[in-house]
Design a binder for this molecule. Structure first.
Ligand SMILES: Nc1nc2c(ncn2[C@@H]2O[C@H](COP(=O)(O)OP(=O)(O)OP(=O)(O)O)[C@@H](O)[C@H]2O)c(=O)[nH]1
Ligand SMILES: [Mg+2]
Length: 469
């Protein structure tokens, strides 16, 4: 089963979707997907976006808000009954309480609907107020990496991923477990052990800052944790796989993973998205070193595959012309840098994605790259050191709960100063160190009408939604 079949699936799905569409005929719906690798900042982004759409005093760059065209915004029950609701209230309470803390990590898809009432669009004002629904969908970027799996057989996938971890210590234990494996009758315990072993490999790679290894659901299982479709692992093909043996069953489960897990996600969620934010914690990768930055580049390229016309585009054609129209790549946690460095961070992100973007040609989708902070946790300070002024930031350290000034390092103006050594497999940065520390959210004193403090979230919203408001 490949991408074409997903597309057929979608064609059959059209009928059932027509009724959903006609219900919304008068009220247009914008479906905004928010994704990124684990800890990229999806939950904080959505919480802050919703907060700042509800209370728009900090949204000067969102034109509809600045022009007063947004009359009212409210939360609504979402249209999809089977998708968990994004816990906006809980996440916001975590960030704004007396002891502010970051929201818990999330492991599955969730969704939230906001409705906006807008001033009439026609310049004579004849049309009356309009309503627009904004459905925001939070899903792990790891799941997009699985699209690449759809065109692979179990054997091809196995050969690919094992080659990718061939030289890595993280996989030594798993390689040992593969030795002396017999292709005799199926044993659930053996399968479980191998699946757990492979998950440990992925977790260890992830800890080392690497994420470009599948299956994407192993670390982000959602509600499927422990199910047979997630109990498989790469096992090299024996000469003549036995019927009912280990290898054949692994192959069957791999196919089940594709048809029962990957395919429904693309059909039910991904294919219906028309605006997309991809959040990237580039600062953290730079801090972790060249190997992590190169891996992040590869993972982002993998994620972008999902938006390619030959793939996303084919899907899009069959669901009635709906396709991702705008994609924003946002480098998060820009509040760790003085604003003078923000353009450099955005340039690094843009350069990192350029090759993938050139290759992908998003078939008319507009793309942009920005440096943002969904929740600003710092203030800027100038430090003088040896007669020199250093533009730094100040925030509360997560570890100690105490305020500290920090300077993340001087990002190069030319992104290739980082990207070239990363690609060439350098062990460390030549030009210096890039430090980044975990900051706690700062206690807030919100005035009526104000959403959470941010950096450039209003610009991000303008790019993503502005033309529809
Ligand atoms: N300083 C700062 N830190 C942020 C910001 N956004 C996210 N972070 C940090 O990044 C961490 C992860 O943010 P989340 O929004 O939970 O990320 P996520 O992508 O939802 O993570 P998972 O649900 O685990 O996949 C937070 O706990 C913060 O430490 C921001 O705007 N500023
Ligand atoms: Mg989350």
């Amino acid at each position: 089963m490949g991408v074409t079949e997903i597309a057929q699936d979608l064609a059959h799905g059209v009928e059932s979707r027509v009724s959903a569409l006609s219900e919304a005929l008068f009220d247009p719906v914008i479906r905004l997907g928010v994704t990124g690798l684990a800890r990229a900042g999806k939950t904080v982004f959505i919480t802050s976006l919703v907060s700042n759409l509800l209370d728009r005093a900090r949204m000067a760059q969102l034109r509809a808000a600045a022009d007063g065209r947004i009359e009212a915004v409210w939360l609504q029950p979402q249209p999809d009954d089977t998708v968990p609701r994004f816990d906006y209230e809980g996440h916001r309470a975590a960030l704004t309480g007396p002891a502010p803390h970051w929201p818990e990590s999330t492991r599955a898809v969730s969704e939230l609907r906001l409705s906006l009432r807008l001033k009439p669009a026609g310049f004579l004002g004849l049309t009356g107020p309009r309503k627009v629904h904004l459905d925001i969908i939070d899903y792990p970027g790891e799941w997009l990496l699985d699209l690449a799996l759809m065109d692979l057989s179990y054997q091809q996938w196995t050969d690919g991923v094992l080659a990718r971890v061939a030289g890595r210590d993280e996989a030594a234990g798993y390689r040992a477990a593969l030795q002396g494996l017999a292709d005799t009758g199926w044993d659930e315990m053996v399968a479980r052990r191998l699946a757990d072993g492979w998950r440990d490999v992925l977790a260890a790679l992830r800890k080392a800052g690497l994420s470009d290894v599948t299956p994407g659901r192993f670390l982000m299982p959602g509600e499927l944790d422990g199910s047979p479709a997630l109990t498989f692992a790469p096992v090299p093909r024996p000469e003549a796989p036995a019927r009912g043996g280990l290898w054949r069953e692994m192959e069957r489960r791999f196919d089940a993973y594709k048809s029962r897990v990957v395919r429904p996600f693309f059909r039910d969620h991904f294919a219906r998205i028309d605006r997309q934010v991809v959040l990237v914690d580039a600062l953290e990768a730079i801090h972790a070193g060249p190997a992590a930055l190169e891996d992040m580049r590869r993972a982002m390229a993998g994620i972008l595959q999902a938006f390619r016309p030959g793939r996303g585009g084919l899907l899009a054609e069959l669901i009635g012309g709906q396709k991702v129209q705008r994609i924003l790549f946002a480098a998060t946690r820009a509040d760790h840098l003085h604003h003078a460095q923000h353009p450099r961070l955005a340039a690094i992100l843009a350069a990192m994605l350029r090759e993938a973007r050139d290759r992908a040609d998003f078939a008319g989708a507009q793309t942009a790259a920005m440096a943002i902070a969904s929740l600003r946790a710092t203030t800027e300070v100038d430090l003088s050191r040896g007669g020199e002024t250093i533009h730094a930031v100040q925030g509360i350290l997560q570890a100690t709960g105490r305020p500290a000034a920090m300077y993340a390092g001087d990002l190069p103006v030319d992104p290739s100063r980082l990207l070239a050594p990363a690609r060439e497999g350098a062990g460390a940065w030549l030009d210096g160190d890039y430090g980044i520390m975990r900051l706690a959210p700062a206690p807030l004193d919100l005035r009526p009408g104000q959403g959470l403090p941010h950096i450039r979230l209003d610009r991000a919203a303008e790019f993503l939604l502005g033309d529809r408001l």
